[in-house]
Every structure is written in C-alpha cells, then in structure tokens.
Design a protein. Sequence first.
Length: 213
Amino acid sequence: MTILLRAATGALLGIAATYLIGDALSDFDHIAIIAPMGASAVLAFAVPASPLATPRAIILGNTLSAMIGVGISLLCGLPLALACGLSVCLAIMAMSMTRSLHPPGGATALMATLIHPASHNLMTGLAFPFLPVALNSAILTCVAVLYHRSTGHDYPHRPGPAALTALPMGHFTRDDIHVALQKMPDPLDVDERDLTALITLAEEISATRRKKS
C-alpha cells in the first residue's frame, strides 16, 4: 500500500506541475499537456526501475515520436489509416535505435499525426514536438527525479553492480543469465544487472533458510 500511495501521489504532483507550467508556456491550440503524459507518469512513478521509464526514454522517446508524427502528417495523399500506422511504426524504430523506447511515445506519434499541428501553419507544426511535447516530458521527468529522491529512492534507477559475475551458491554466473536472456522468445522489461542482483538475493535468502532448517 505504501508503494501504491507513493506512486499515486507522485503522479498527482507530476501531472499537476506539468499542466500548470505547460499552460503558462505553451500556446498551441490551448493544449497545456498532451494525453500520453498520463502513461509516462505511470511508468515514471509506478515502475521507475523499468528501462522504459528512464529520463532519456521519457524525454527523447516522446520528442522523437512527436517529430515523426508531425512529419507523417505533412505527407500529402496518405490515407489516414496508413499515416497512423506508419507514424507508430517509425516511432518504434526511432526509439529503439536511440535507446529511448517508451510506450507512450507511440501514442505521442499517433496524436501528432491525428491533430496535424502544421494545419495551423508550418512553424507551429515544427514547434509541436518541443512545445508542448518536450516541455511536458522534461517537467514530468524533473518532478519524478525530485519526488523519488525526496522519498528516499533513486531515480534515475541505477541497475545492480556491473561487476557481479557469480552468485553465492555457484548455481549461475552472470554469463549464464546473459545467454538465457538472449534465448527468451520475447524481450523482458528488466535490466540484466537487476535480474542478476535479484537471483543473487534469492540465493542468499535460500541459503539462510536452509541453514535455519
């Protein structure tokens, strides 16, 4: 319950601050905050250790995706269904290539394509990825950093120690974990060092339990 309340309170503060500052600084069609920020807040405050919730992912992922969405909206003659699909497709590729994969980025790209900000004028359209998108993302990230640190938690998350190579009981090595992860049919949303640290801790707990029994 404590974790739940901490995440919910952080999201409340993050979204409120993002809206208020966005309302003061962004004048695009009276949009103070974009809807995908709600999903970004879930990641930043509820699962801050996720590789998808890093400041790089939130800021760069959303901004790149908005750029792509605006660019697709400027292509004349594309059927709307194809334009929508293409914007999300290219956003995924761009975020993956820049190590900024962030699920709300797909929604940001889609939003930028659908609202077609350049329909106001070209300069407004080209500015949209920065005002309000990058501005919203940066504010939310700053609030997340301050909030997590004020509540005694690290954000951005620091994965487990890179130097860890063998686990206490000798059952696995870090190389074993690396190979196992590569063989998984689908990628896991976890840092390899965090997974190694988790298994190490489980081995320690198991060893302590066996000694007591």
